[in-house]
Design a protein around this ligand. Sequence first.
Ligand SMILES: Cc1cc2nc3c(=O)[nH]c(=O)nc-3n(C[C@H](O)[C@H](O)[C@H](O)COP(=O)(O)OP(=O)(O)OC[C@H]3O[C@@H](n4cnc5c(N)ncnc54)[C@H](O)[C@@H]3O)c2cc1C
Length: 457
Amino acid sequence: MRTHRIITIVGGGLVGSLCAIMLGNRGYTVHVFDRRRDVRTYGGERGRSINLALSHRGVRALQEAGISAQIDTIGVPMRGRMIHYTDGSMVFQPYGKDGEAIYSVSRAALNQLLLNAAEQHPHVHLHFEECCCDVDVATARALFTRADGSTHSVSADCVIGADGAYSVVRGVMQKYGRFNYEQHYLEHGYKELTIPSSPNGTWVLEPNALHIWPRGRYMFIALPNVDGSFTCTLFLPFESTRDDEPSFEDLHSAESIHNFFCQAFPDVVQYMPHFVEEFIAHPTSTLITIRCTPWFYQDRVMLIGDAAHAIVPFYGQGMNAGFEDCRIFSELLAQYHDNWLQALREYHTQRKPNADAIAHLAMQNFVEMSERVADPMFLLRKRIEQHCHTLYPHAFIPVYSMVTFSHIPYVEALQEMERQEAVLNRIMCLERIKERWNTPEGEETIRSILRDAGYAV
Ligand SMILES: Cc1cc2nc3c(=O)[nH]c(=O)nc-3n(C[C@H](O)[C@H](O)[C@H](O)COP(=O)(O)OP(=O)(O)OC[C@H]3O[C@@H](n4cnc5c(N)ncnc54)[C@H](O)[C@@H]3O)c2cc1C
């Protein structure tokens, strides 16, 4: 067995910096290289989501790395979805029970927190403005270009590609072994806008919710920030496929942008004094799903986070899944007494199917967020689903809760989705379900449907 001591991590983003801390905690000497300037000196780049939903999987990984204490200072708890209809009415739909919440955290603040913790670690060394341009996978030697154009190579026992969806490390691996790779761009793009805080620094909408304006083929969402503002994202097709379908292509002038927002999201424009200027100034970004295999080459190179499995953001799980990769890989190193090849094989065996499952769930959730939540019968279905969970908390766990508030493997959540869909379809077909669902008689009928489907209730 080769003894690993020195590790190169390419990418000091969210996943790379957490991975560095975890490996540092296991006694490895870790060098992290990032092509960007140090995010702590300028506050982060535009064009990526400014805030992210952090849920249980992410929190658990941060806890295990010993850095969860400050989450409250950089995040706002969101206890459910606030759905905004075109007529201005709203409905709140809780995510879980007993105030379970996900956190809206600032990407830059979380990255800064992780980099501070990494920097304070005696075994971790950070290097910025060093862009990886090549890796010799057989020897784990990586080549970097500095800001002045000079290059240098770095030797290590293993190179970890934590360099995101457009990973250079993955690009190199594609030339070795039987590496499979697949990428898929969504026909939707996204653009970020802002709802500023009120003059006294408070939120102008309910702060403890993820706001959604579902409009079928497109949607607008808003996540709260600790400073009283909201970061909003418009998800819209790049090009229209029908005459009546809006697209980014159509929004080419101040007037068309203004008219579109006033028509589609009339209740929110009053809170966005600069939305037209922001719309023109901010980039329209793409959304990509990446599947590849295997995620390692011998015990010399491995992929983690978006480099291994970029997904669309509609389940709020990309970062959470990447953080879970870090936790599970660290646990496997412990389990296999730091035998990297064994740990890597098991890491890939465990994580790859789960990454594929959450990629699938994330695509499905776009339809739920943009379309289904606007349907009153769907909201009733969600209430019944939650009621089943309250009645049978161990036997019936809604898929959203499995993904967001548990560490149950994503694969199991995906399998459960089909079973629950079938059960809820049957329940929703019951006569007068709206009046009956929470009566003793209705509950008994629901119980027998659950039993039929194999639930131990
Ligand atoms: C609109 C949107 C909303 C999202 N919302 C959520 C959410 O709510 N919840 C959630 O969990 N996830 C969310 N995600 C997903 C999340 O952003 C990613 O999963 C997460 O950022 C992945 O982290 P990473 O460290 O693997 O990659 P990245 O964050 O992409 O970091 C990669 C790092 O590598 C560096 N790098 C790249 N190439 C090189 C190179 N050649 N040399 C050196 N350094 C390099 C980059 O500078 C960067 O610092 C969202 C994504 C998008 C696009």
